[in-house]
Design a protein around this ligand. Structure first.
Ligand code: AMP
Ligand code: MG
Length: 413
């Protein structure tokens, strides 16, 4: 049996970075940037008004309250260039500034003295002084043309998508998604949620959990099979997979009579990276490389063991494949003392929350047994306690990890 850090090192040595591909920015949510994003355009693309009001020319000098102007034109959002030298132009938010004018007075800071036949203001008086460039949005003030605004490794989220859209970026270079295949073992498993359970059967919850989490981890699930406890069906499922996939199996890696995965790997000529790690839950976890080059993870079948295997073994490998640096843990004080009896690295369903003084702390939730799924609903994080620690007092800091490697740590109050 090896330590977690040792197991992780062996995995990261075996993980290969994926190539990049160019895709439509519209399809890039959840993907990892492979090349910098540089804007060819300015944002805003032209000087424009931040207010509904009137554009004026200060020429650098403030204009006093009480000054009157004839209104010489009007600009709405979408109108093109116009030339102006003096007077006031009625202008709407986002409208391009007439060339020659350099400040905006909001509609709330003028008295309309006269209107034309269409009811538009034709003469105004300022009720407040106007200074140079007030309420003016400059071209390129948000992003100047030729600025690099995102670097490789950045997650393309809705904000990044918005930036791409705002400067006309149509395609982006992203790291190819890791392709992951799932094989759930166990003759007790039922996949169809509409099918009633026979005596001794349970529903396959690991499969849907892994598929959902992998999606959030920027991976593609390229196949999901349930194979019973039949070594030949398991081998057949592996043989049917496309090349260059990461294979995750669940179940059949412990010491039970039907735990056939190690034997199946031996028949395939796989190289075992490790089998059994000093952790809980999920101690029987196994990792191997297949002759095809595929990386294989045998996750133990208990749902919390599967979740820990994914979060602490598979996700770091996906990060390496995506070209991302290792995650940095957050250390937060424990709400209550924690005691353990086994020299294992514990991965605990946990809840990070703010106390009455708005300080973040971590609560180890009840229901840590590996068969229990329901506490995952209350958990918004994992707390990790190292093998050599047996007592932690309230207030001691523990390693806290978010639920997924691309998710920020969530904090509730
Ligand atoms: P195993 O690792 O195969 O010994 O399974 C350990 C426990 O996890 C047993 O109680 C199994 O019934 C349960 N289990 C295995 N696979 C799944 C699955 N896909 N979904 C839910 N529970 C499972
Ligand atoms: Mg089993």
């Amino acid at each position: 049996m090896i330590d977690y850090d040792d197991a992780l090192r062996r995995l990261l040595d075996a993980a290969k970075p994926l190539p990049s591909e160019r895709i439509d920015a519209a399809d890039a949510i959840g993907r990892i940037l492979a090349a910098p994003l540089t804007s060819a355009e300015s944002l805003p693309p032209f000087d424009n008004s931040a207010m509904d009001g009137f554009a004026l020319r200060t020429a650098g000098e403030p204009i006093a309250a009480g000054t009157e102007f004839d209104v010489q034109g009007g600009r709405a959002a979408g109108d093109g260039a116009a030339q102006a030298t003096s007077g006031a132009w009625e202008i709407m938010t986002g409208a391009r500034m007439p060339d020659g004018l350099d400040a905006i007075v909001p509609i709330e800071q003028v008295d309309v003295l006269d209107t034309d036949a269409d009811g538009r203001p034709s003469r105004i008086r300022l009720t407040a002084a106007v200074t140079h460039a007030q309420h003016l949005r400059r071209a390129g003030e948000d992003i100047a043309a030729a600025t690099t605004f995102a670097s490789p490794g950045a997650l393309i989220d809705p904000a990044m998508r918005m930036l791409c859209a705002s400067v006309g970026i149509a395609t982006v270079d992203v790291v190819r998604r890791p392709r992951v295949a799932l094989i759930n073992t166990g003759r007790e498993l039922v996949d169809d949620p509409r099918q009633p359970l026979d005596a001794g059967q349970i529903r396959n919850s690991n499969g849907p959990f892994l598929a959902a989490r992998l999606q959030a981890a920027s991976a593609d699930v390229v196949g999901a099979r349930t194979v019973g406890d039949d070594i030949d069906a398991f081998l057949e499922a592996i043989a049917s997979l496309p090349p260059h996939v990461v294979i995750l199996s669940t179940g059949a890696v412990s010491m039970g009579r039907f735990d056939f995965v190690p034997e199946a790997l031996a028949r395939l000529g796989a190289t075992t990276l490790f089998h059994k790690v000093r952790i809980r839950p999920g101690k029987p976890i196994l990792a191997a490389t297949l002759p095809s080059g595929a990386l294989f993870f045998g996750l133990p079948g208990n749902p919390a063991s599967t979740a820990v295997g994914l979060r602490f073994f598979v996700e770091p490998v996906l990060r390496a494949m995506l070209g991302l640096p290792p995650e940095v843990a957050t250390f937060l004080p424990l709400r209550a003392a924690y005691t353990k009896r086994v020299p294992l690295r514990m991965h605990l369903k946990a809840r990070v929350a703010l106390d009455a003084d708005a300080r973040a702390g971590v609560e180890v939730l009840g229901g840590q047994e590996s068969f229990r799924i329901r506490p995952l609903l209350d958990a918004n994080a994992w707390a990790v306690v190292e093998p050599d620690v047996d007592v932690l007092d309230a207030g001691a800091r523990v390693r806290v990890m978010s639920r997924g490697h691309l998710e920020p740590l969530s904090v509730t109050s």
